[in-house]
Ligand binder design. Sequence first.
Ligand SMILES: Cc1ncc(COP(=O)(O)O)c(C=O)c1O
Length: 416
Amino acid sequence: MSAHPSASVDVEAIRAAFPALERDIAPDTPLVYLDNAATTLTPEPVLDAMDEYYRSYNANVHRGLHTLSQEASVAYEDAHDDVASFIGASGGREELIFTKNTTESLNLVAQAWGLAELGPEDEIVISAAEHHSNLVTWQQVAARTGATLRILDLTPEGHIDLAHAAEIIGPNTAVVSVLHVSNTLGTINPLDAIGDLARASDALFVVDGAQAVPIMPVDVEAIDADFYAFSGHKMAGPTGIGCLYGKRALLEDMEPFLFGGEMIRTVSYETASWNDLPWKYEAGTPPSAEGIGLGAAVEYLASIGMDAIANHERELTAYALERLAEIDGLVVYGPDRADERGGLVSFTMADIHAHDIAEITNDYGVAIRAGHHCTQPLHDRLGVAATTRASFYAYNTRQEIDVLLEALRATQQLFA
Ligand SMILES: Cc1ncc(COP(=O)(O)O)c(C=O)c1O
């Protein structure tokens, strides 16, 4: 997962930057936040950046000649460059569109590229582990264009089955859209091999990086993705802001997804022409504070070091896998090895419902997620209605995993 296996994080310093970690869930019950794959907590530098925007230069970007609007515009535009640089997009802001979240980023590709380019002869290939945002979106495009949606199998450990990929990605494949890191199984997908297959078939290569960008160094140019989507709220940034990286030539060629103000260059009653990249794809007043907050988040994550965060995630995941194996009847889904995973573990515990587990662990201050994690068909394949998921971030500790274990044992006793 990491190029620098020795880089490490100063967990205490990181914890001090996240005010929510100071709170208790009940008297003498400190928060143990292990729901990071859903949304991460927010550090002071991000809170400060957004606070400063609202306190001192809260104005509409790109529309004003006055000082506040100019300051807001510069900060908002610079945030695009900062995020582009964070993921290795050398084209800067022109290749980095701010959206609402990963879901909107994937919809942008599906609507702006998919509806225009696909027809009944085309195949869309996704994996069996996709989040609904990368499944339902392409399902809809397939239904509207007559294209066929094909599903890549998984190996018993949860990896994409590359033999099956080589079988089904071929001359009819127009787009391959897969997760980088699975939000349910934790698997890190072999994007090199899948990207090679997509390129050999002249197919568009789209990556859902919602669970990867927050926890490991990501270089979209090394991956050679045509599009790469992710969310701010899973990487210490605010909600309401996501990103779509796209190769410049594609972004220039495509028609916009949303129409209105900000995205135009000229308008007459009959027609309109489009603004420069990336504004062509950012219709209406954008989430300025959130964009500026995301800029602060990537600066903060870079100051910790993504190699160090990746190492910490792997170390905590290894420890969680080791400890969870102590509980009778607990089944972990996905690979046994932490180095094949992102920082999350989904599991079932005998026949105790995931919602009961999450409710009881909450009494111990432990925040974990229960349900199908927006991968319902994958859960059907696994033969379970729901799983419980613990997911880690730079501020989590082994001691917090010990509290999770204590809470799980208490849950087990209650249902014994
Ligand atoms: C792998 C993956 N893709 C997409 C999404 C959707 O992200 P958002 O809800 O921010 O659009 C998530 C969120 O959990 C995810 O884990």
